[in-house]
Design a protein around this ligand. Structure first.
Ligand code: TRP
Length: 447
C-alpha cells in the first residue's frame, strides 16, 4: 500500500502545530507561569524551546522522514540488528499511556464546554463553590468517563479518516480557528480594569526567581508542549515529503506553539490579576479559577463558551497525534487495517483512561510508587519517558546515524543551500542538547 504524505507545507505546519498546541499550552503553561514566577519562567522557557528542544524536534522529524516508517519500524530500518529497536518499542507504548490520561482531561473540557453552553457558570458563584464543583465532578464516576469517551471517540473518528483527509484536513480548519478564538479571549481579558498587573507579571522578568527547579520545570514543559520524546513527531515526520525543508517547518511549528502559549497566558493572567486572585493556583487554574472569572465578568458567558471550545479543539489535534503513533505501528508492522488498528488503540486507551479517571474518586486508594494512577501516568511520561526518549533520539541522530545522512535530510540532498545552519543544528544535536538535558535533570534531582 502506498504510504500517505501531508499535502503541502501548510499541511505539515497545521499537523505539527496541531500536535504541539494543546492542553500543554492552554492548561499547563499558564499555571506553570503562575507558579514559577511569571516572566522569569518565560525567559528560561524561550531558551529551552528554541535552543534545546527545537533541535530534538528536528531530530525526530529526520528519523521519521528518513525511514518513512512508524516509530518502531524507523529504528529497525535505520539501525538494523541493534538495540535501538527498544527505543522504538517504548516510543509506541508511551503515547498510548499519554493519550489515555490526556483524553481524561479532554473529557473535562467537553464537560465544561457543555456547562458553559448551558450557562452553568452564573454570576455570584464564589471561587470556593467553583472549586467544589470541579472536585465533585472529577471524583464522580460517570460524568468524567462519559466526557473521556466522547473525547476519545472524536479522536478516533479523525484518525480513521486517514492522514490527509483526517489529520491534515481537520488541522487546516481548526488551527486557524484556534488562533482566532484565543486572540478574542485575550482581547477581552486584557481590556478588563486592572488587567495591567497581569501583563506586567507576564512580561517584566524578576531574574532572581530563576533557580534549578524553575529550569527543570521550563525544560519539562518545553518537552511536553513540543510533543517530544515519545514518537509522535517522529511518526508525523514520516509523512513529511522529501521536498519539505525540515528546519524551516520545525521552526515555524515551534514559533506558533510559543506564540500560542503566550496568547493563552494573555487570555488568563490579566483576568486572574484583575480579579485579585492568586496566580499560583496550579492545575486548578483553568477549571476552577477561570470559570469563576467568566461567571463574574461582562460577556463572560461568551468567553467561557469560546474558551472551552478552544480547549477541546486544541486537545483534539494533539490527541490525534498521540493516537496515530499506535495506529501507524499496527498498520505497518502488524498488518492491521487502519480501522482495526484504530479500534484496538481505542479500546486500550479507553480502559486505561477509565482507570485514570476513577483514580480521582473510587480508585483513589490505589497507589503506584505513592501516586494515584492518573498522577503516576502523568509523572512517568512527563518526567521520565519524555526526557529520556528525547535524549536517546538526539544521541541516535547525532551519534548513531551517519553524519552525511543527517546533513542530507537537513539540506534535502544539498538542494536547499542551508549548509551553515544545518551544521549548526547538527552541533546542537550532538553536543548541546544531550549535555544540557542531562545537566538540567540531574540538577533537578539533586536539589
Ligand atoms: N504537545 C501537546 C500539548 O501541549 C501534547 C502532546 C501531544 C504530547 N503529543 C505529545 C505531549 C507527545 C508529549 C508527547 O498539549
Amino acid at each position: 500500500m502506498e504510504r500517505e504524505n501531508f499535502g503541502n507545507r501548510f499541511g505539515v505546519l497545521v499537523a505539527m502545530a496541531g500536535s504541539a498546541i494543546g492542553l500543554g499550552n492552554l492548561w499547563r503553561f499558564p499555571y506553570l507561569v503562575g507558579s514559577y514566577g511569571g516572566a522569569a519562567f518565560i525567559f528560561v522557557y524561550i531558551f529551552c524551546v528554541f535552543l534545546l528542544c527545537l533541535p530534538i524536534f528536528i531530530s525526530e522529524v529526520i528519523v521519521g522522514r528518513r525511514s518513512r516508517s512508524n516509530a518502531y519500524g524507523a529504528f529497525k530500518k535505520l539501525a538494523p540488528g541493534t538495540r535501538w529497536k527498544w527505543l522504538g518499542a517504548v516510543s509506541v507504548v508511551t503515547p498510548i499511556i499519554v493519550v489515555s490520561y490526556y483524553s481524561v482531561v479532554g473529557g473535562w473540557s467537553v464537560e465544561y464546554f457543555f456547562k458553559s453552553v448551558t450557562l452553568d457558570f452564573t454570576t455570584g458563584i464564589t471561587r470556593a463553590e467553583m472549586g467544589t464543583m470541579f472536585g465533585t465532578f472529577i471524583s464522580s464516576v460517570w460524568a468524567p468517563i462519559i466526557g473521556h469517551t466522547i473525547f476519545l471517540l472524536l479522536t478516533a473518528f479523525i484518525i480513521v479518516a486517514g492522514v490527509k483527509s483526517g489529520i491534515e484536513k481537520f488541522g487546516k480548519i481548526m488551527m486557524p480557528l484556534l488562533f482566532v478564538l484565543i486572540i478574542l479571549i485575550a482581547i477581552r481579558a486584557a481590556t478588563l480594569p486592572g488587567a495591567g498587573d497581569g501583563l506586567k507579571y507576564l512580561f517584566k522578568p524578576d531574574f532572581s526567581k530563576i533557580d534549578a527547579t524553575v529550569c527543570a520545570a521550563a525544560l519539562g514543559q518545553a518537552f511536553f508542549t513540543l510533543s517530544l520524546g515519545v514518537g509522535t513527531i517522529l511518526t508525523y515526520g514520516s509523512y513529511v515529503s522529501k521536498k519539505e525543508n525540515i528546519i524551516a517547518s520545525s521552526t515555524y511549528t515551534a514559533v506558533s506553539d510559543f506564540l500560542f502559549a503566550i496568547l493563552a497566558s494573555c487570555a488568563i493572567m490579566p483576568a486572574v490579576f484583575a480579579f485579585g486572585l492568586n496566580p499560583q493556583e496550579g492545575p486548578g487554574l483553568v477549571f476552577e479559577t477561570l470559570p469563576f472569572i467568566f461567571a463574574n465578568m461582562p460577556l463572560g458567558w461568551l468567553a467561557a463558551i469560546l474558551f472551552f471550545l478552544a480547549l477541546i479543539v486544541a486537545a483534539l489535534t494533539s490527541s490525534i497525534s498521540l493516537y496515530e503513533v499506535g495506529v501507524a505501528y499496527l498498520v505497518e508492522e502488524r498488518k492491521y487495517s487502519r480501522r482495526g488498528a484504530s479500534v484496538l488503540v481505542f479500546l486500550v486507551a479507553w480502559i486505561l483512561g477509565i482507570l485514570c479517571s476513577l483514580s480521582f474518586g473510587p480508585l483513589s486508594d490505589i497507589r503506584i510508587f505513592g501516586q494515584t494512577i492518573f498522577n503516576f501516568f502523568d509523572k512517568l511520561s512527563a518526567n521520565v519517558l519524555m526526557p529520556v526518549g528525547g535524549l536517546l533520539i538526539v544521541i541516535f541522530v547525532g551519534w548513531a546515524m551517519k553524519k552525511n545522512d543527517v546533513l542530507d535530510e537537513l539540506t534535502n540532498g544539498g538542494t536547499l543551500k542551508n549548509r551553515g545552519i544545518s551544521s549548526f543544528v547538527l552541533f546542537l544535536v550532538r553536543y548541546v542538547c544531550p549535555l544540557a538535558v542531562i545537566a538540567v535533570f540531574l540538577t533537578a534531582v539533586i536539589f
